[in-house]
Design a protein around this ligand. Structure first.
Ligand code: BGC
Length: 946
């Protein structure tokens, strides 16, 4: 992944044609070598001599000698033995040496001048050349001392490195200089070298065009092309370097195809628009791809032989629930491209190069691929796709196919219907599939829930090499006749609208970023990862109040699309302060599913509403009651479905925060109050009377390693808040006053574990007496999956999966002194294995608050790069939005210590000191009570400049 990173620290030069004027000598030596050979081959007949300009540049420049011979003769379709190849390479070398001796080594003064200026700024200088004479030439030109590292053709051999266009030489040279590629710039005159720089993800690639090569250098990936380095001042270079970093900070790039990581890439490159999400599979997905389309709310019953969340888990008891699982639908962007009958896909053998770029700014996924089919036929394929943010039912796709060095007939099969429904999409039955002219329509229906999904598609040739496709998707959840709607929708556009539709989509993203972007001056790598998080938080948030956001959004199959407390506690604050209307819609989902929560309360024997721990569309609980391990058949009971009842109070908490932040009275009067009241009623029936207090027994707190515990501090605290706020809402609205009194009284007598003499709050009754578990370092952040299998044993250990007591100071920052917060952090942090992605961000926020800067930054980065680094090794099954929301909160409420009053948001008094190392300034915007407030915290001033 291309992750950007900071300042310019090294410059790596190619030698021939950049530092030394030896390129002409090379070209002359090649010409003589090849012409001698071609003449001999022609046996007296006329022959086509080697072209010192074009052929030199295209086939041999920048490459190791023997590879140069091979690539030129291949082009001329001349087959030679390896011995002849070596002979020719040797001949060229001999001629080159002779020319150097005769003519001496000239240098480019402009390059040497730039090197001096860079050195004066402490930028390290390296040279990476395929020439075996590299060192000798620098020596004879008297400039060897200008270079801190020199990697030449001899090193290439000893280190067994592939030559340019592979990036290895540059990467190795950067390694010698102790600099990561993102901090280094490449200066090259050869296309192969420019490509190597781009593939190695270097900070900036400068192409030097000594004549007629500018377009090829640019196409090879040069950021800037100049005729000579005299045209480039050091300031220009630094500006270009920064500009490139800023640009990269708006993109997520993947260079090179890696089959083993493909599913992870599919999750990261998901596109979506609230209504649907499409994983970022290649346009021609691999056979093992999970190239799913997910539509919010399209759930179906679960086949008992298929796994739950982790591939190893089966959940045999859930076949009866019609809305158990979010349905993975067929990939709508599916293409089969072939040239002269040869398929161009990475499942086959012709894939050579792959670059995928997710443009976060405009929500468009680009891919550039290169295929080489028999006879060295090279064909480039470029695609782009998006799910319109302006029109949730619309997908756009564009494909360009360029045969690079041959003529051939290109065939593109753009049928959206999935041929392999029974094995790939067992939830679905095909109702019908029609193609009339350019229009295709396919109708599927889910087997259990009987939801119709209609996909209409129209593909047209835009130019001779470009195909454009519009896809429209409707379901019977949206409209009575979804097929008619999809067709009419598609027919409302003409081919000419494509650019305008793309533009409308991009402008919606622009609008989003105007509210959600966070700028961290001089730290593009941080900006990039924050944008990646905000991008993924935007994807699943739509306008439909009948659905909410699953634990892995619409980006993967883990947790089957189920909605957890993640949404209200971890993600909601992001929406509250960037797009409050979406926060409202998410809470309306909880209102919409209140009946399910009421049913659940009754099933469990209580009153009011008890929200599902795992929820889908009806609000009934869809948590599996047990899992069976595929390999051993061992059964593991799951207690969360019946015991993790804090979710009801979490939702009440979110309702209250929403109301506080927006002042949306209309919401509070209606759905807000109903949620608060019904959940409060649940607690009145769920508590048990003790001698002096009421207690909440038999629960699972946020830390899921302990079940059937009593008086979990988090649950009790949240339940008390729920009761108090229900009472306050009733008084505010002047209704249910008798009940309000009951709720307030119960809140007062509910047992709340208080800090002990060391300031530590006991996680639940008896936690302090559990057995110690010295947590091995290797198990922190990498809790073995098997941990869950030993549930009985773990229940007796002082071992936490995730923040539990520490959730409280995050949600109630003013309720605890810094000393109490610090005492609890010191006690619980070493006991926590962070087996949940929700955990690191909470630890970051708390550590930041109490001034443990190192811990705070470490945890925060863990959370920030959780999916980009696949830290939990399960991003293949979808990204982790709760970690993204948590990261955002840890920055805003932890590091910046933001709080709100009548004047809007304020950064905390220590915000400037708490900024992570290397940050000078952070700028963002927060919406509060209908207004967007800019907020800047900068290290140079200890005040926030709002
Ligand atoms: C965590 C829960 C979380 C769920 C979904 C579990 O591993 O322990 O707190 O709600 O994942 O993200």
């Amino acid at each position: 992944m291309a992750l950007v990173n900071g300042s310019l620290r090294a410059a790596l030069f190619d030698m021939d044609g950049v530092v030394t004027r030896t390129a002409e000598l090379h070209a002359a030596a090649w010409k003589q070598t090849f012409d001698e050979f071609l003449r001999a081959q022609a046996h007296g007949a006329p022959f086509r001599p080697f072209d010192e300009q074009t052929e030199y540049r295209t086939y041999v420049d920048g490459k190791p000698r023997q590879e140069g011979v091979r690539s030129f003769l291949q082009e001329r379709e001349i087959a030679i033995s390896p011995d002849t190849e070596a002979l020719l390479a040797g001949r060229k070398d001999e001629l080159f040496e002779r020319l150097v001796k005769e003519q001496g080594v000239q240098t480019y003064p402009s390059t040497l001048d730039l090197i001096q200026k860079l050195r004066a700024r402490d930028v390290k200088i390296g040279v990476a050349t395929s020439s075996r004479h590299g060192r000798a030439i620098l020596q004879s030109a008297g400039i060897k001392d200008l270079f801190d590292a020199c990697l030449d053709g001899n090193d290439l051999d000893t280190l067994h490195l592939p030559g340019k266009p592979y990036p290895d030489m540059f990467l190795h040279a950067a390694g010698w200089l102790g600099v990561t590629p993102a901090h280094a710039l490449i200066l090259e005159d050869a296309v192969a070298g420019v490509q190597a720089g781009r593939r190695g993800e270097f900070g900036l690639v400068v192409g030097i065009d000594r004549g007629g090569n500018a377009a090829a250098l640019q196409a090879g990936g040069a950021d800037i092309v100049v005729p000579d380095l005299a045209a480039l001042g050091i300031e220009d270079l630094e500006t270009a370097f920064r500009a490139r970093q800023e640009e990269v900070a708006w993109h997520i790039e993947q260079e090179g195809f890696d089959r083993a990581r493909e599913r992870q890439m599919e999750s990261l490159f998901t596109i979506g628009n609230g209504y649907l999400g499409v994983r970022g599979a290649l346009d021609a997905p691999l056979p093992e791809s999970q190239s799913d389309l997910f539509i919010a709310g399209v759930f179906d019953s679960k086949r008992s032989d298929l796994p739950y969340s982790e591939v190893e888990f089966l959940t045999p008891d859930r076949a009866a629930n019609t809305y158990a699982e979010l349905v993975p639908l067929p990939f709508p962007f599916q293409l089969k491209i072939s040239i002269e009958g040869q398929p161009l896909d990475f499942g086959g053998i012709y894939g050579r190069e792959l670059r995928r770029v997710l443009d976060l700014r405009s929500g468009v996924l680009h891919s550039e691929t290169l295929f080489e089919s028999p006879g060295g036929r090279r064909t480039a394929v470029r695609t782009q796709r998006c799910a319109s943010l302006a029109d949730p039912h619309l997908l756009l796709q564009e494909v360009e196919v360029f045969p690079e060095n041959h003529w051939g007939t290109v065939q593109i099969d753009a049928i959206v219907d999935c041929q392999d429904l029974s094995t790939r999409h067992p939830h679905l039955e095909r109702l019908d599939h029609t193609i009339s002219g350019k229009l295709e329509l396919v109708r599927y229906v889910t087997r259990g829930s009987a939801i119709q999904i209609c996909i209409a598609s129209r593909a047209v040739l835009h130019t001779s090499s470009t195909m454009r496709r519009l896809i429209s998707i409707f379901t019977s959840r949206d409209i009575e006749n979804p097929a008619e709607a999809a067709m009419a929708h598609l027919q409302s556009f003409s081919e000419k609208d494509f650019d305008a539709l793309l533009e409308m989509h991009a402008s919606r993203w622009k609008d989003f970023w105007s509210r959600a972007d966070i700028r961290v001056q001089g730290r593009p790598s941080i900006e990039q990862a924050l944008r990646f998080g905000s991008y993924h938080l935007r994807l699943p948030a739509g306008d439909d109040a009948r659905v909410s956001i699953g634990a892995r959004t619409l980006s993967g199959r883990a947790y089957e699309g189920h909605v957890f407390w993640d949404t209200e506690i971890f993600m909601l604050p992001f929406y509250l302060h960037t797009e409050p209307a979406r926060a409202r819609s998410l809470l309306l989902y909880r209102h919409h599913t209140l009946d399910g929560a009421r049913r659940r309360a009754r099933e469990l024997g209580y009153r009011g509403a008890c929200y599902a721990w795992e929820s889908s569309v009806t609000g009934d609980d869809v948590t599996p009651s047990k899992i069976v391990l595929k390999s051993t058949g061992k059964e593991i009971p799951i207690f969360t479905g019946t015991q993790q009842i804090h979710v009801s109070a979490d939702i009440a908490y979110a309702v209250w925060r929403y109301w506080e932040t927006t002042g949306d009275e209309q919401f509070l009067v209606g759905p807000g109050a109903e949620i608060l009241f019904e959940t409060a009623r649940f607690w009145t029936s769920r508590v048990t009377r003790g001698e002096r207090h009421y207690h909440i027994r038999g629960v699972v707190g946020p830390d899921e390693y302990h079940h059937s515990v009593d008086d979990n501090a988090y649950t009790n605290w949240m339940a008390r808040f729920n009761l108090n706020q229900a009472a306050e809402a009733a008084r505010h609205l002047g209704t249910n006053l008798a009940e309000a009194q009951e709720w307030a009284t119960l809140a007062e007598s509910l047992y709340i574990p208080l800090p002990d003499e060391h300031g530590v709050i006991e996680q639940f009754e008896g936690f302090f007496t559990l057995a110690d578990y010295p947590l091995p370092k290797a198990e922190r952040f990498k809790a073995p999956v098997s941990r869950l299998f030993d549930w009985q044993q773990i229940n007796g250990l002082k071992l936490l999966k995730q923040a539990d007591v520490l959730m409280l100071p995050l949600l109630f920052p003013t309720a605890f002194s810094d000393e109490i917060v610090a005492a609890n952090y010191r006690y619980y942090e070493p006991l926590t294995d962070h087996g949940s992605s929700l955990s690191p961000a909470v630890h970051a926020a708390i550590a930041a608050r109490i001034g443990l800067q190192e811990d705070a930054e470490r945890y925060w980065k863990q959370s920030l790069w959780l999916d980009l680094s696949n830290a939990m090794e399960n991003s293949t099954l979808g990204i982790h939005p709760a970690a993204m929301g948590g990261t955002w909160q840890a920055l805003v409420f932890g590091f910046l210590g933001v709080s709100f009053d009548e004047e809007g948001p304020h950064a905390g008094p220590c915000a400037a000191q708490r900024l992570p190392a290397g940050w000078d300034r952070v700028e963002l915007s927060l919406i509060y009570r209908g207004r967007a407030y800019p907020l800047t915290v900068s290290r140079t001033s200890d005040k926030d400049h709002r």
